[in-house]
Design a protein around this ligand. Structure first.
Ligand code: FPP
Length: 227
């Protein structure tokens, strides 16, 4: 049986969900999506997952209408403020990946505070990918190596990535029907099992996650070798 340490999710379909429900604004989908983040995090923690990495805002998402970008940024800040007890009560550590330097200073401060207050927890680590793009992450890592004139190995490259110290992704999930990785954890998902579902993110249930984990456990992973 395969053990599941790291699950990564591309939470797609919020806008379509809002439209389907008859809401006039796409942002309602993000708002309900944030409540799914909360519920799924508790569930992942309860079933013993070690890392849950969620694509909250990509390096490409800045191209969205300004009002939506502003809404997403304030939703993230509100989420961190509101959900601190969720982390504290459930032994959940908070981490991020992505280039935070482009975020407002109040969001950066909230991120830093949440990390600081949860750094000692040993259960699930919830990782939010904020202003994250795999290409950007890899370029930043390579530039760090160039600066010190260092030749890279797989191990030393790993250690320069935002995901340093995290295990590779076991299960990569994308909701919302599209079948692509959209610049998400490209290095870390080299041997991930990929799960694509038509379910829109706000409808993604704990049970659907459980059935993906069940399927994963039955898959034989050979990592390029033979068994
Ligand atoms: C994609 O749906 C989703 C995003 C770009 C943002 C993800 C954000 C959340 C789930 C909510 C906030 C998260 C946290 C952690 C509080 P889309 O808008 O592209 O949907 P569409 O494809 O239907 O238009």
């Amino acid at each position: 049986m395969q053990s599941v340490k790291h699950i990564a999710i591309i939470m797609d379909g919020n806008g379509r969900w809002a439209k389907k429900q008859g809401f006039l604004k796409r942002i309602k989908g993000h708002e309900v999506g944030a409540t799914r983040v909360r519920e799924l995090t508790i569930h992942a923690s309860n079933i013993g997952i070690k890392y849950l990495t969620l694509y909250a805002f990509s390096t490409e998402n800045w191209k969205r209408p300004k009002a939506e970008v502003t809404f997403l940024m304030s939703l993230l800040e509100e989420y961190l403020k509101k959900e601190l007890p969720l982390f504290l009560d459930n032994n959940i550590r908070f981490e991020t990946i992505g280039d935070l330097s482009k975020l407002s200073s109040s969001l950066q401060n909230q991120v830093a505070l949440t990390k600081e207050k949860t750094a000692h927890f040993t259960g699930l680590t919830q990782v939010l990918a904020i202003n994250y793009g795999a290409k950007d992450e890899m370029i930043r890592a390579m530039n760090k190596a160039i600066k010190v004139g260092k030749e890279l190995s797989e191990e030393s490259f790993d250690a320069l990535l935002d995901t340093k110290n995290m295990p590779p992704v076991d299960i990569m999930i994308r909701t919302g029907g599209d079948k692509r990785l959209s610049n998400y954890l490209l290095w870390q998902s080299a041997y991930s099992e990929l799960f694509f579902t038509d379910t829109l993110w706000p409808d993604f249930s704990n049970e659907e996650l459980d059935s993906m984990i069940e399927k994963f456990r039955k898959i034989e992973r050979r990592f390029g070798g033979l068994t």
